[in-house]
Ligand binder design. Structure first.
Ligand SMILES: Cc1cc2nc3c(=O)[nH]c(=O)nc-3n(C[C@H](O)[C@H](O)[C@H](O)COP(=O)(O)O)c2cc1C
Length: 223
């Protein structure tokens, strides 16, 4: 099947994209508003974009329904120029989902989710102590794209926190101990890192050697 984007309703395009570009890492983003109040919300239109400079990107939509209004995360990034990406492990999934609830303004969603914050080293936004990886970021640029207050936020990582016991002295990361989750298809499916395989990257020489070995095999032999 194929579609020209212009022939798809917005909702259908969303469904096709979020159910095929999989899995997506999840950033539980913490920010603070101009009055100093902290906020946390999950975003899976998220990734690390480069290491030099160390950039992350977030895709933040406007609030659904009626007149477009910025989500608190976007409003706070505009107000303070900073945010923290807290990666989500299996133990944090339930709290992450509480942070996605559209609470009335007087509810402290970080407390409601049972999460604890600590001051960051280099940015005003706080970080979540229960997250295994916390990336303190300064907003580099935010692009308002399309309609309804969609924003692409680019942030530069200023400071990394990784829970003790996950990285050894040679900076090897134990990804079993990280136990991160990614967002999968549908509204509520997630994936862990437990099913994996190794596919060593090839050089031109090793690729040529494999080709030569394959063509030297007798007729009918497949492996
Ligand atoms: C796993 C997950 C991923 C999400 N990813 C995004 C996203 O990439 N962009 C977005 O605008 N909203 C996303 N949301 C919805 C926001 O988290 C939700 O609108 C939240 O209430 C925004 O909170 P805020 O107003 O405090 O910023 C996601 C929700 C969940 C549960």
């Amino acid at each position: 099947m194929e579609w020209a984007v212009n022939d798809l309703a917005e909702r259908d395009l969303y469904k096709l994209l979020v159910n095929t570009v999989l899995p997506r890492p999840i950033a539980l983003v913490t920010t603070v508003n101009a009055q100093g109040r902290a906020n946390a919300a999950p975003f899976s239109f998220f990734n690390v974009f480069s290491h030099a400079p160390p950039l992350v990107v977030l895709g933040i939509e406007g609030r659904a329904g009626g007149e477009a209004v910025l989500k608190d995360t976007m409003r706070n990034i505009r107000a303070t120029g900073s945010f923290v990406v807290n990666l989500v492990d299996r133990a944090l999934v339930e709290a992450m989902q509480v942070c996605a609830i559209d609470f009335p303004g007087d509810v402290d969603e970080i407390a409601a989710a049972g999460l604890e914050t600590a001051p960051s080293r280099q940015v005003i936004a706080p970080r979540l102590t229960q997250s295994p990886v916390q990336l303190e970021c300064r907003e580099t640029v935010s692009l308002s794209l399309g309609t309804r207050d969609r924003n692409l936020v680019v942030g530069e990582i200023q400071h990394l926190h990784i829970r003790d016991g996950i990285v050894d002295e040679r900076l090897h990361v134990d990804i079993d101990k990280l136990d991160l989750v990614g967002r999968l298809h549908g509204a509520d499916w997630y994936v862990t890192l437990r099913d994996r395989f190794q596919a060593p990257r090839q050089t031109l020489e090793s690729w040529r050697a494999r080709q030569a070995a394959a063509s030297a095999k007798p007729e009918g032999e497949t492996r």
